[in-house]
Design a protein around this ligand. Structure first.
Ligand SMILES: *Cc1c(COP(=O)(O)O)cnc(C)c1O
Length: 378
């Protein structure tokens, strides 16, 4: 059957089984309605005002301080931000963070993309890359002649997570892509030099911004390279980002709503107990969902090694009897959104966000909806 010939079966999930909020996407993710209401309340004194003046700079400060608290920033680490999302940060890192050569772990779409961006640079040596099959991850091992190590804390495409650890020499930088992890997974901040992310995933905000928690060693590197004479496009200059962030600004105009919503979520996490609380919500959802998949005849977790199974993005394989794409459409018709598998993985799979903003009770409700649909489709 071709795509257009496939018809979505007419299945209506009983209202009492439905989650209170149907957003289970892996990015952008569920934004807190309370945060959006708070933004609306600032419709005239925040939105549409200068990013170089106090009302906005105060929110940027609130966001930066809140993130430092949430991520338990070690002494001397700074919260730096700029425009362009995590993809923009990769380009900035190519120009201003890698001295000569980097080593990358590639175990999904995102780790692979950063390595490709590095490979195109005329200033850098070809990167060293260790790959592993989708749904697994390679070990991080020291590599000769490398000055930066790069890997994802959570590979959003495959649902594999990896604890940041330090390898290599004292001058080597650990660059951790935490785009879908920051706020949703516990980690040792001291094992990272640059823990970077965009806030439209675990931080329940909107896109366009990158945020990086940088160690003193990383900041020193950034300043040295910026003054080395290497060509760096101004909008990708990390030293400008550091200098602007210290004044609670960005080099050019940011999306004010994104900053506001990020500050709202981060405050909510911190007010409730910080990272252990927010990551705990994801861990609870993960227990519910993987527990359901393990017990289900029709479904099973894609990631085989239990300790590598992401607590923020679950990839669930389905038995041939259930067409996952059809299931995704049935769910969508019932208001449960964005649970399709990662396209390039090409599996009969659902990918489900379990970010802290998602109520574990809704994850529980989702499993009941899945059972209902599986029953109806079988
Ligand atoms: C989504 C994602 C990115 C890309 O983020 P953008 O803000 O869209 O550039 C990078 N890395 C990971 C791990 C992601 O999940």
């Amino acid at each position: 059957m071709t795509e257009s010939q496939k018809t979505t079966p007419d299945i209506t999930i009983p209202a009492d089984l439905l989650p209170s909020d149907g957003r289970f996407g892996s990015g952008p993710t569920k934004v807190l309605p309370e945060a959006l209401n708070a933004l609306a309340a600032r419709a005239t004194d925040f939105m549409g005002t200068s990013h170089r003046k106090m009302p906005v700079k105060l929110v940027v400060a609130e966001m930066r301080n809140g993130i430092a608290e949430l991520l338990r920033a070690p002494d001397g680490y700074e919260i730096v931000c700029g425009n362009g999302g995590s993809t923009g940060f990769w380009d900035a890192a190519v120009f201003g963070l890698i001295d000569e050569k980097s080593h990358h772990l590639s175990f999904g779409e995102f780790g692979g993309k950063f390595a490709k961006a590095v490979a195109m640079s005329p200033d850098l040596q070809a990167p060293s890359v260790t790959e592993s099959a989708m749904g697994t991850r390679p070990d991080l091992e020291p590599v000769d002649g490398v000055d930066a190590y790069a890997f994802t804390h959570n590979e959003t495409s495959t649902g594999v997570m990896m604890d940041p650890v330090r390898v290599g020499g004292v001058d080597d930088l650990m660059l951790v892509d935490a785009t879908s992890a920051a706020g949703g997974l516990m980690f040792d901040a001291n094992a990272t030099d640059v823990y970077y992310f965009a806030p439209q995933k675990a931080l329940a905000s909107d896109g366009g911004l990158w945020i990086a928690m940088m160690s003193p060693a990383a900041i020193e590197r950034v300043e040295r390279i910026a003054n080395s004479g290497r060509y760096i496009p101004p909008s990708l200059n990390l030293w400008s980002a550091v200098e602007n962030s210290r004044q609670d600004q960005t080099y050019n105009t940011p999306a004010l709503a994104t900053i506001f919503l990020t500050a709202q979520t981060v405050n909510w996490f911190n007010d409730n107990g910080g990272l252990s609380w927010s990551a705990g919500r994801s861990a609870t959802s993960a227990e519910i969902l993987y527990g359901w998949a393990d017990a289900s005849d029709a479904a099973s977790p894609f990631v085989q090694v239990e300790s590598e199974r992401s607590k923020v993005v679950a990839t669930i394989d389905f038995d041939e009897a259930i067409d996952a794409d059809t299931l995704v459409e049935v769910l969508r018709k019932n208001g449960i959104l964005d649970v399709g598998g990662y396209r390039k993985l090409g599996r009969n799979q659902l990918r489900i966000g379990m970010f802290p903003a998602i109520d574990p009770a809704d994850t529980e409700a989702l499993t009941a909806c899945l059972d209902y649909c599986i029953q109806a489709m079988s």
